[in-house]
Design a protein around this ligand. Structure first.
Ligand SMILES: *Cc1c(COP(=O)(O)O)cnc(C)c1O
Length: 365
């Protein structure tokens, strides 16, 4: 029999089995996330649904991704007992990955730009993770790769999100949404709206809609001028953003490998002030504060609904509430921070309220 220093021993394999069992137990203990329904007087023929991904134990849709990335690494034989785990993330992914590392008894390193919000660094540290801060934000991937060259397992959210999730089902987010709609008056939505960071969520939903032969179309809601906005329009994988965004989790400066142009039917552009105003509007409607990208999604829903109503179409629109608003208390939801960053919500707050009442979203000028 041939063996190499990298050959898996039976003890290694037993550990992999234990780790997989721990992940399976965690998934079994977890409940599905709610699909909340809202109706607005301005859109009597359109029903809106919001998939509340903030209720995961780690507070965002990255809980699903982190679980999938660990499963993928384990089942590919890339994650061994005692191995340190690393990923480049300045946000929700690092928090979810640190949480699962603790569950599996592994060391976790989050490679982050040095300018990352202190409360996020603290959240990773509280879960037992280490933050490796890099001065130049463009160097985070290289630094994560350097940790991997030293023996760490690179979870690689941007490289692997699109393939780590079971796109044909297994309770992925698309299967869950469509199952939860099955007793609704419009169980086959006209649109599903989501943001794109890694592109994993849009890839999973887009593939699943085709697989199930549904007429539902997929709209990606993005900050104005993001890399994906330009890339999708021109089908250029080298496209870059024409402006930066304050909305975290989406609005990548470039087109990441996991963003699949072909499964996306529309890309909606949303200004940052509109996203924040919409997040506050959601808080008023649902009694819970969600993050900026949930607001971006809501604005895109209202853009689509305005067009549907103008064409006399009836139907339903589904979107995601991606994370909790608490993480942005000192930024997006602090009026002083907003005015320091030139973000005036007032015109958008008026436009959104008018839209809910009249069925037409008109951007303020
Ligand atoms: C990651 C993220 C998204 C986008 O999801 P992807 O599956 O990575 O494309 C949207 N909102 C928030 C808050 C996120 O953290």
């Amino acid at each position: 029999m041939n063996t190499s220093p990298h050959c898996e021993t039976s003890a290694d394999r037993a550990w992999v089995n234990t780790a997989l069992a721990l992940l399976e137990q965690e998934a079994t203990r977890s409940a599905d996330t709610h699909l909340l329904r809202l109706d607005f007087p301005g859109f009597p023929d359109i029903t809106f649904y919001f998939k509340d991904e903030s209720v995961h134990p780690t507070g965002s849709l990255k809980h699903r991704l982190a679980r999938s990335l660990y499963l993928y690494a384990l089942c590919n034989g890339r994650l061994r007992p005692g191995q340190t785990v690393v990923d480049a993330s300045s946000g929700s992914t690092a928090i979810s990955e640190a949480w699962f590392a603790r569950l599996l008894g592994l060391q976790f390193i989050a490679v982050m730009p040095a300018c990352t919000a202190p409360q996020k660094i603290q959240a990773v540290q509280e879960l037992g993770g280490t933050c490796d801060l890099v001065d130049d934000p463009t160097q985070v991937h290289a630094r994560a790769a350097a940790h991997a060259a030293n023996g760490a397992c690179h979870l690689d959210q941007f490289g692997l999100a699109e393939r780590a999730t079971d796109w044909r089902g297994n309770n992925n987010i698309a299967e869950s949404i469509l199952g939860q709609l099955r007793r609704e008056p419009q169980p086959e939505p006209s649109w599903i709206v989501c943001g794109a960071g890694t592109g994993g969520t849009s890839a999973t939903i887009g593939r699943y809609l085709r697989y199930r032969r549904l007429s539902t179309r997929l709209c990606v809601a993005e900050p104005t001028g993001s890399g994906y906005v330009h890339g999708w329009r021109t089908r250029d994988r080298n496209a870059v953003a024409s402006q930066a965004t304050r909305i975290e989790g989406i609005g990548r400066p470039k087109v990441e490998p996991g963003f699949l142009f072909e499964v996306v039917d529309a890309v909606a552009e949303v200004d940052d002030a509109a996203s924040i105003a919409a997040a506050l509007q959601l808080e008023e409607l649902l009694g819970t504060r969600y993050g900026g990208s949930s607001g971006t999604n809501f604005v895109a829903c209202l853009q689509l609904a305005t067009a549907m109503r103008a064409r006399g179409e009836a139907g339903s629109i589904v979107t995601l509430l991606c994370d909790r608003g608490k993480r942005y208390q000192q930024t997006l939801f602090d009026p002083a921070w907003r005015s320091a960053h030139g973000l005036d919500l007032t015109p958008w707050q008026g436009a959104l309220q008018t839209a809910l009442a009249t069925g037409t979203l008109t951007p303020p000028d």
